[in-house]
Design a protein around this ligand. Structure first.
Ligand SMILES: NC(=O)C1=CN([C@@H]2O[C@H](COP(=O)(O)OP(=O)(O)OC[C@H]3O[C@@H](n4cnc5c(N)ncnc54)[C@H](O)[C@@H]3O)[C@@H](O)[C@H]2O)C=CC1
Ligand SMILES: O=C(CO)COP(=O)(O)O
Length: 331
């Protein structure tokens, strides 16, 4: 039986622990707060993040990362992207040397512009063949409710990707493999930025034409950046590209879209941050994506607009005016 350790008991970490258990793994779920561990053990529910979802008996919550990691074949990382480096510093000495390291995170590190797999390799010293990323249209709540969906497991080592695919496939969760780690990780990170823009449009009262325009042009800028970074352009037509972009930009469950919607309704970034309890990765990752794009000479107008609104005080209305008055060009 595969032994999995899931580090991070937020909405996606907890949901993925359930997926792994339903796929037949024995799962240790590491949470930071002892009271949450105690509640999960007593009620079989993580009421803070997934109220009403019963966790299988094969999920064991623990506050001790050493206990979670002891004997793990698969280590799943599910913390906010900007905290990963610090989290890993504590966990690295405890990692079993042969374990696969699977990132669920969708962000790019501020300052370094590194993707999560790059941070993992750098901090842990693991070879690239041991590190994988899972990305796709995977809104946690829907998966926790066992609504059917598909995803991608990206790893340069295809055999390892296939082992991970087998470890987390269930009747409601269908993983595909893809060797294009760069494209899959970038698709997951940039879609959060585009979802913020779609949220702003929704908050301003705009409808499906606006949203579809942003999704389509957002995909174009993601693919341009991806190609500059060496990704396979076909990845962006897949689940980790278009699939995730459509789900996140369309769903009221998305934290990024909801964040943008509040901005579009006139709230300030500080006000929205105050009422946002979970991670909306795009708010910080938009800056890293813009840095990456500038370093590679790639035009990313939607990302630029999101950076202006999130970090430079531009209003949502001004953002729309500026985007719609850009110079005319061929598609
Ligand atoms: N929730 C979702 O539907 C999906 C989320 N993701 C990605 O998974 C990653 C994790 O997201 P969620 O579980 O949704 O986030 P969340 O905000 O629900 O939970 C984050 C978890 O990380 C823990 N954590 C550990 N160290 C932390 C620190 N230093 N600061 C803050 N929190 C810390 C928190 O205690 C919490 O359990 C993100 O990169 C997100 O983009 C990807 C697909 C779906
Ligand atoms: O990544 C996600 C769906 O695939 C979740 O999106 P949010 O982080 O915006 O909720």
């Amino acid at each position: 039986m595969t032994r999995a350790a899931v580090l991070g008991a937020g909405s996606w970490g907890t949901t993925f622990a359930k997926v792994l258990a339903d796929a037949g793994c024995s799962v240790a779920l590491h949470a930071r707060r002892p009271e949450l561990v105690e509640t999960i053990a007593r009620t079989r529910e993580n009421a803070d993040y997934l109220p009403g979802v019963r966790l299988p008996a094969a999920v064991r919550a623990t506050v001790d990362p050493a206990e979670a990691l002891d004997g793990a074949d698969v280590v799943v990382l599910a913390v906010p992207s900007q905290t990963l480096r610090d989290n890993l510093a504590g966990w690295t000495p405890l990692l079993p040397p042969e374990a696969s390291l699977l990132s669920l995170m969708k962000g790019v590190e501020l300052g370094t512009t590194k993707r999560m797999s790059e941070v993992i390799c750098e901090v842990t010293g693991a070879g690239a063949d041991r590190v994988a990323a899972l990305s796709g249209p995977n809104l946690a709540r829907e998966i926790a409710e066992e609504q059917p969906s598909a995803t991608v497991i990206a790893c340069s080592d295809t055999e390892r990707a296939e082992l991970l695919q087998a470890a987390c496939g269930t009747p409601y969760f269908r993983p595909y493999t893809n060797p294009d780690l760069v494209g899959c990780e970038l698709g997951g990170a940039v879609k959060n930025v585009i979802a913020l823009a779609c949220g702003v449009a929704t908050g301003l009262g705009f409808g499906d034409n606006t949203r579809a325009s942003l999704i389509t042009r957002g995909l174009a800028e993601t693919a341009r950046l991806g190609m500059a970074l060496g990704a396979d352009v076909t990845t962006f037509a897949g689940l980790a590209g278009l699939g995730d972009l459509v789900a996140t930009c369309s769903s009221p469950l998305s934290r990024n879209r909801t964040f943008g919607e509040h901005l579009g309704q006139g709230m300030s970034v500080a006000e929205v941050l105050q009422i946002t309890k979970q991670t909306a990765e795009g708010v910080k990752t938009c800056r890293s994506v813009l840095d990456l794009a500038r370093a590679h000479g790639v035009d990313v107008p939607i990302t630029e607009a999101v950076v202006r609104v999130c970090h430079e005080g531009e209003s949502a209305a001004q953002m729309v005016r500026e985007m719609m008055s850009r110079e005319a060009k061929p598609e």
